[in-house]
Design a protein around this ligand. Structure first.
Ligand code: UD1
Length: 416
């Protein structure tokens, strides 16, 4: 199994381009199921999750051809509206096929995602929403089996803010008969990016980016070319790595507006941040100051940046409190950070981080995608060599992370 070896202690410096957003690319790829026309998606990040989504669509009968950062897909005929367990278990976002398949083909079978390393992660709101739109849903042999003649517009209140739930129902509503009003929607920038793609395809959507989204169903959508937005979590990860190593880097093609909650916390940590239209420059002179935070749905602090900030706080001056409100078990990185010498205590959903002067290299194990990113940051800071095992998690969500960090001066290599 591949590992990363990092010789820490180098302040990152230089320039790096932000890749396309994983969490926008996945729903946009699923949206290609909504039209029989060819779709061309550009600025696709080279990630295992993107490959898995394309593979999933191909299994259903979608014709796909992939380039380095783009893909052409055509769902003119579907042979099997089915997302099988072997793919769903490697990528929960496979659930995003449920809404589009049911809306366009009147049938979908998607394996139930089940739990994962960061918690239980139910999909009840996806199911309730589609049921409200008239789908018949049964759970059969671990699969969600949805059937419908034509979905009907409905008023749907989601009692928890859910990103992929909002996306699934918004996609389904595009081809439903009449008006759908979605309440308590996720306001994440990736939901907005998906809505923009759907609108370009001819969907009639209003309110994306706010908590009530209204969709007027149409008979059909058309194929378009669409460029995926840049990845705010990848951008934030590079920024946190620069801050933790007391470096200075510039991000290009950065999703500046959607980075606000992260930039605010980095400024609080003492970083100098300069923002252009599509660039962000960070310079951290001296030791970062500890910053407390609480994760929340957008525009709050993203849960997908929590682990990286705990890594930065581990070497910051002072004590910080990080509270996780979205996923109940999202502190798996803490025990690994402790192996590097971090002083962190956990009480319920809060981590108390007592900043230490230095971390020391050790062998650690990645447990999920963002946990892996936090271990990379800690490894970049630690004295000596850090070996990170199970880096397949990283490859799900970061494009060529090691070569891009190496271009910023990091001593990092992939080893067998
Ligand atoms: C998405 C992101 C993930 C991010 C998360 C929260 C994608 C592909 N993934 O995941 O990177 O960490 O948003 O920002 O975009 N919930 C329910 N019932 C449901 C659905 C969700 O109770 O039917 C709960 C979840 O258990 C969780 C909360 O809602 O506590 C938010 O989860 P959700 O926004 O759905 O996460 P994902 O869309 O899976």
């Amino acid at each position: 199994m591949q590992k990363l070896s990092i010789q820490g202690g180098v302040a990152l410096s230089g320039e790096v381009r932000v890749a396309g957003a994983k969490n926008a690319a996945l729903p946009i790829l699923a949206a290609t199921l909504l039209t029989s026309d060819a779709m061309r998606i550009t600025n696709l990040p080279q990630l295992n999750d993107v490959r898995t989504m394309v593979k999933l669509l191909e299994r259903m009968g979608v014709k796909a051809s992939e380039g380095e950062h783009h893909a052409q897909l055509r769902a003119d005929a579907i042979t099997e509206p089915f997302a099988p367990y072997d793919l769903v278990k490697t990528m929960r976002a496979s659930i995003l096929a449920l809404g589009p398949l049911t809306a366009r083909f009147g049938e979908a079978r998607v394996s139930l995602p089940g739990g994962c390393a960061i918690g239980e992660r139910p999909v009840d709101l996806h199911i309730k929403g589609l049921t409200a739109m008239g789908a018949q849903i049964a759970i059969e042999a671990g699969d969600i089996h949805a059937t419908a003649r034509r979905l009907k517009g409905a008023r749907i209140f989601m009692d928890t803010v859910t990103v992929t739930g909002t996306e699934n129902l918004m996609m389904a509503a595009c081809l439903a008969d009449g008006e759908t009003v979605l309440e308590n929607c996720a306001r994440e920038p990736e939901v907005v990016d998906l809505a923009r793609c759907l609108i370009a395809m001819g969907a009639r959507i209003q309110g994306h980016g706010a908590d009530v989204i209204t969709v007027q169903g149409v008979e059909r959508l058309r194929g378009v070319e669409y460029a995926v937005m840049p990845d705010r979590i990848e951008a934030g990860t590079f920024l946190a790595a620069a801050a933790a190593t007391r470096g200075a880097i510039t991000l290009t093609d950065a999703p500046v507006a959607s980075l606000d909650p992260v930039l605010q916390k980095l400024r609080e940590a003492g970083a100098e941040i300069t923002v252009g239209d599509t660039t962000v420059r960070i310079a951290m002179r001296g030791r970062p100051k500890a910053v407390s935070l609480r994760t929340a749905p957008h525009p709050g602090f993203p849960t997908d940046m929590q682990a990286q900030f705990i890594a930065m706080n581990s070497v910051a001056e002072g004590t910080s409190r990080v509270t996780e409100t979205i996923f109940e078990n999202r502190f798996m990185h803490v025990q690994e950070l402790r192996r590097l010498g971090a002083h962190i205590e956990i009480e319920g959903n809060t981590a108390m981080i007592y900043g230490v002067d230095t971390l020391k290299g050790a062998t650690v194990m990645a447990t999920d995608l963002r946990a892996s990113a936090s271990l990379v940051i800690a490894g970049l800071v630690a004295e000596g060599e850090t070996i990170i095992d199970r880096i397949y998690h990283l490859d799900r969500g970061y494009e060529h992370l090691e070569s891009r960090l190496a271009s910023l001066g990091a001593r990092i290599a992939r080893v067998a």
